[in-house]
Design a protein around this ligand. Structure first.
Ligand code: GDG
Length: 726
């Protein structure tokens, strides 16, 4: 077992330099607390940017030493990198895009270059400390390229990635010029986590459409690995907030705050200054509430804490001005000598004061326009020791998926927010307690420690599953063994599937013709008198004939309907009955008409509906419809409906590659038998091969074959080696 390395843009520490004294205060943020049990153990370490610009080597050395004691290691950034990678690409490109503020996205190549460079810098810093079998957990949108960079250098490491902010739908993702690089960077990980199912499915759809990798049940099938994608809603340190709400310091604060505020109902909001938080919309809703319900004048106040952030970015400056102005408008309009409707703080507070606000407020109004999760709402609920209080929560926050006992609102609907405020103010206590009880129970159970555990356990599972799938992977030692068996054999038979095994896939199936390299390769194998080479394919005989006829290898077309020995004519190897086709073809036609890009291929004994060229998503949808339509009819006529690689094929069940192979093997025993194929139709071949045969499936998936091999390119390499003189 290797060590664990946590990586995030910012290290969870505050470094202060005062009169030559440097102090390190570890942060008590949710993530740092949750991961504390991990990075503080053994050789484990947290790597990230210390949050400040430093160019003095002596200072850097001092910071490095201090961090080392906290089990942290720094990645230092230059002033320019901070501007272009952090403020630029991370906060002006990815942040607005991922929060659906497409009008704020900056498209700047210089930012992108800096982003790549800094991700590389992180990669180097990690490589200095990492061993091949370490576990590396990368956090958040500033480091999307890092998993793949690490994968290239540490192919066997366990690499996980968690995204704390939302993941946008394909429609937004595709606006970003560097979308493919970003997605490819992420899938270097073995496990990719998001807060919600929606983020996860948007990501999978982006990977399918932009990178072209298919996925099933949250598993992406990449070249030589499977990657698991799932939602892991992050929790809070529940006990910390419930304890803090009872602490003497907090109770003191409550008492003094109450004295100043008098007998008021309190509505609390806490956010970092950000356009994604919906702060202006919320002030306007509170204003409308006061308009509509004058009985709350002098009886209710909004405590609004806005934590300063990113004030170098122009949008944030503008937002700050807008908030200042709106607060002024409401207070100017409604305020009296005894009553300030909005108490506005543009700063942060220590935990005890925050806890006092959580505990003493009657309502929390948490209405972001978009938020990955939002922990403030969870902390509010955990702080309600007497279980009284009402949470109004935006349905655009990830947390709304878990906290369905809150009053959920659309933050763009001021009418709904006003109604929600009124409902919250008038909610009977028993009802408040009922809802908070339910939410507390779930927040307590799924706290941040549980979140870390579930995530890490899953990472172990994914690695196990990968190991399982690659246990049959062909390696150099096996290749040598196959070669020496081949060399000494007096008689050999080689069953080779065509598409996906000897050539790659093409959008147009007619474009998969063999190139000169493949023709040469087959010719070399064929020339050896001890070899019997059989191309065993689902393709029609005319195509096989035109592509491979000249080589004079043996061929099996349409999964065994036709067979051909060198120099002879094609022979019909199965009795012919096509009476079932007309009816099925008519149905398939109907689905072709409704699906641009789809077409029917007619084979001797089967009909194939192709959807490789259909817009992704639509193709799958239509295929499912057609499948259920055909399944019904097939049963009555004893036909088989089979799902293949972007095709749906309907055929007679008594014809398959296994039967064909068995027939060809019938009369003779061979010293060396080999079968290679890439899909389920080849599994039938593998099953009938003699015990001592070597069978190989292309791609890492479960198989009856003895081995897996990565790609058709590697198949060619293997065949080249076999054909070379020993
Ligand atoms: C990202 C995602 C996701 C706030 N004001 C004060 C203060 N806080 C603390 C809160 C809370 C945290 O800051 C803010 O929580 P967020 O959920 O907004 O987290 P971020 O790290 O900003 O954002 C977000 C999160 O990651 C986790 O994955 O939920 O959607 O954007 O813990 O208590 N703490 C103190 N004084 C303050 O004035 N002490």
């Amino acid at each position: 077992m290797g060590k664990t390395i946590i990586v995030s843009n910012r290290l969870p520490v505050k470094i202060e330099m005062n009169e030559g004294q440097t102090t390190f205060t570890p942060s008590a943020g949710g993530l740092a607390t949750g991961l504390g049990s991990i990075y503080k153990e053994g050789q484990n370490i947290w790597i990230g940017w210390p949050g400040m610009y430093l160019d003095d080597p002596e200072m850097r050395a001092e910071i490095m030493m201090g961090l080392n004691e906290e089990k942290m290691a720094p990645v230092f950034l230059t002033q320019e990198e901070i501007e272009d990678y952090y403020e630029g690409f991370s906060n002006e490109t990815l942040w607005p895009a991922f929060h659906y503020f497409t009008q704020y996205i900056t498209y700047n190549n210089k930012f992108w270059e800096a982003y790549k460079k800094v991700n590389e810098k992180f990669c180097e810093a990690i490589l200095k400390r990492a061993q091949p079998d370490d576990t590396i957990w990368v956090h958040d949108y500033q480091l999307l390229l890092l998993p793949q960079m690490l994968r290239e250098k540490l192919p066997n490491a366990a690499i996980a990635f968690f995204q704390h902010i939302p993941f946008p739908s394909y429609e937004v993702m595709r606006m970003i010029p560097w979308r493919k690089e970003l997605l490819t960077g992420m899938i270097g990980a073995d496990l990719i986590g998001f807060h919600t199912y929606d983020d996860m499915r948007h990501f999978l759809s982006g990977v399918g459409r932009i990178v072209g990798l298919p996925s099933e049940s949250g598993y992406i099938q990449a070249d030589n690995r499977i990657i698991n994608v799932d939602s892991f809603p992050m929790g809070i340190d529940y006990d910390k907030y419930s304890e803090s709400a009872k602490s003497p310091a907090t109770l003191d604060h409550i008492e003094s705050f109450k004295q100043s505020l008098g007998d008021q109902k309190l509505v609390l909001t806490i956010d970092r200054l950000d356009y994604s938080k919906g702060i202006p919309q919320r002030i306007i809703a509170f204003e409308e509430f006061l308009e509509r319900y004058p009985e709350y004048h002098e009886g209710a106040s909004l405590i609004m804490i806005v934590v300063p952030s990113r004030d170098n970015v122009p949008e944030y400056k503008k937002l700050k001005e807008e908030v200042d102005e709106l607060v002024g408008r409401v207070n100017g309009h409604f305020g009296t000598l005894n009553w300030t409707p909005i108490h506005y703080f543009y700063r942060s507070f220590p935990l005890e004061e925050l806890s006092a606000f959580y505990r003493m407020s009657d309502i929390a109004l948490i209405t972001p326009l978009r938020d990955g999760m939002n922990l403030v709402c969870k902390e509010f609920v955990a702080s309600k020791i007497d279980q009284k209080g009402v949470l109004i929560l935006s349905e655009m926050a990830g947390a709304s998926k878990e906290l369905s006992d809150a009053i959920l609102v659309n933050p763009n609907d001021s009418e709904e927010m006003v109604n929600a405020l009124y409902r919250a103010f008038t909610m009977p206590e028993e009802e408040q307690i009922h809802h908070n009880q339910i939410m507390q129970r779930s927040l307590k159970r799924y706290d941040v420690f549980q979140w870390v555990k579930v995530f890490m356990d899953r990472l172990d599972k994914v690695k196990e599953k990968q190991a399982d799938l690659t246990s049959k992977a062909i390696d150099d030692r096996l290749i040598e063994k196959i070669k020496s068996q081949y060399d000494v054999a007096g008689s050999r038979v080689l069953f080779l599937d065509y598409d996906g095994t000897l050539v790659g896939f093409h959008n147009d199936p007619q474009k998969a013709a063999p190139n000169a390299e493949l023709i040469d390769l087959l010719n070399v194998l064929k020339r050896d008198e001890n070899n019997r080479i059989i191309i065993i394919s689902g393709r029609d005989r005319d195509t096989l004939e035109s592509w491979l006829g000249e080589i004079e290898v043996e061929m099996v077309a349409e999964h065994g309907v036709w067979m051909k020995s060198p120099g002879e004519d094609w022979e019909l190897a199965a009795d012919f009955d096509a009476s079932w086709k007309d009816e099925i073809r008519e149905i398939m036609e109907y689905y072709v008409q409704r699906t641009p890009g789809a077409f029917i291929e007619e084979k001797h004994h089967s009909l194939v509906w192709h959807y490789r060229k259909v817009e992704s998503g639509l193709g799958d949808l239509r295929m499912r419809e057609l499948f259920s339509h055909l399944k019904y009819m097939a049963r009555g006529q004893n036909l088989q409906v089979l799902e293949g690689n972007k095709v749906l094929e309907i055929k007679r069940p008594d014809i398959n590659k296994g039967r064909a192979a068995m027939r060809l093997l019938r009369d003779k025993k061979y010293d060396f038998s080999l079968a290679i194929g890439d899909d389920w139709t080849d599994e039938d071949t593998f099953k009938v091969m003699p015990d001592e045969a070597i069978s190989i499936r292309v791609g890492y998936t479960y198989t009856n074959a003895n081995y897996n091999i990565k790609s058709y390119e590697e198949v060619r390499e293997l065949l080249k080696l076999l054909g070379s003189s020993s």
